[in-house]
Ligand binder design. Structure first.
Ligand SMILES: Nc1ncnc2c1ncn2[C@@H]1O[C@H](COP(=O)(O)OP(=O)(O)O)[C@@H](O)[C@H]1O
Ligand SMILES: [Mg+2]
Length: 335
């Protein structure tokens, strides 16, 4: 048994419990890492699952990023978390640090090259995100799976389960809060974008939806692969997120439509009939309507944060920027 393991029969050997909070020293990545596996999905190259041979944490996700700013990702994640949307726990590691080199070496030994990233692995890695493993599956994968079934009855029941899961109040409110916070942080790689939603960036987990239970125990989503921009809105008039924010204020139904279109798209990948079964489910109309209602409420709540906050001399630039964006939303909702 590895040093540090609690006494007892547990044969599982894992990473140290602090791996998500503090750098691993002394080439510990190389020491602990036993397996490295690449995610099957992802638009820009996906993530790596690092499995350890010792320590309390069995698996962590390491994502090499070629684009974006680590700081903007932090802001996007904390905005989501403070609106009640779960995000992976984690930290940033830069490749030109001792720990960064250790991560690359650990990957190399397991046959993975983390010094390169992006779709096709053609860009130099700018930074790593070391994060917790989110349980459940992406909503794209969950939709593909829901369209499976040996018989028409089994297919109908799988789709029924998907409708029920998406109808869970906690899921609906988290989806709405996520969409609004994405619009505020400038994330254009999930629902607040042109065209089909990227529901690969939403993890979903079925839990117990007994209303008597605390929210924390109910079915939930986790927002992954979150990004944004903290650059000044005024200088970004051409940026996609500016018109996403406009649409959220003036025509939020388009995002609800695109979200469900994306689910239909993934359902149909497995079975061309599945999407139609989903949209003709007797609860589909209510599901669509309820998400739209929640989205409008979340947008108003967000706008009020702007309308109620005052400009102060000590206001940090980020606070000022967020207040400004919320005021844009407020003006759209009240004009
Ligand atoms: N923290 C995580 N825990 C579990 N699975 C994850 C995690 N992060 C990503 N994944 C899986 O890897 C896939 C790709 O990750 P993502 O960050 O979206 O990469 P990309 O930037 O290439 O789109 C996700 O759709 C999900 O299935
Ligand atoms: Mg992604």
């Amino acid at each position: 048994m590895a040093a540090g393991d609690a006494a007892g029969p547990s044969p599982i050997m894992r990473y140290p419990s602090t791996v998500l909070d503090q750098p691993l020293k002394n080439k510990d990545w190389k020491k602990y890492t036993k397996t490295v596996a690449k995610s099957g999905e992802g638009v820009s190259g996906g993530v790596y699952f690092f499995g350890s041979k010792k320590g309390p944490v069995k698996k962590v996700v390491v994502k090499p990023e070629a684009h974006g700013e680590a700081k903007d990702k932090d802001v996007a994640n904390s905005l989501l978390a403070s609106a009640g949307v779960p995000v992976p726990k984690g930290r940033i590691v830069f490749p030109d640090t001792t720990e960064g080199r250790d991560i690359v070496a650990a990957g190399q030994r397991a046959g993975a090259d983390l010094s390169l990233s992006g779709g096709g692995g053609i860009f130099d890695t700018k930074f790593f995100e070391v994060m917790s493993t989110v349980s459940g599956s992406s909503l794209s994968t969950a939709s593909k799976k829901a369209a499976g079934g040996e018989s028409p009855e089994a297919l109908a029941e799988n789709i029924n389960q998907l409708v029920l899961l998406l109808s869970a109040p906690n899921i609906r409110q988290q989806l709405a809060a996520m969409m609004v916070r994405d619009a505020i942080s400038g994330n254009v790689d999930r629902v607040m974008k042109d065209g089909l939603s990227n529901i690969g960036n939403i993890m979903i987990e079925k839990r117990n939806d007994n209303k008597a239970l605390p929210r924390a125990l109910q079915s939930r989503i986790t927002a992954i692969d979150s990004e944004g921009t903290t650059d000044e809105f005024a200088e970004q008039q051409q940026r996609d997120y500016v018109h996403n924010l406009n649409d959220l204020g003036k025509n939020p139904a388009i995002y609800v439509d695109r979200f469900f279109e994306s689910i239909v798209y993934y359902l149909d990948q497995t079975n061309a009939q599945a999407g139609a079964i989903f949209t003709s489910h007797q609860k589909y109309g209510a599901l669509h309507q309820d998400l739209l209602t929640s989205l409008k409420q979340a947008a108003m709540k967000e706008a009020l944060l702007g309308a109620r906050s005052k400009e102060t001399k000590s206001e940090a630039p980020l606070e000022k920027e967020l207040r400004h964006r919320r005021m844009v939303l407020w003006d759209l909702l009240t004009s």
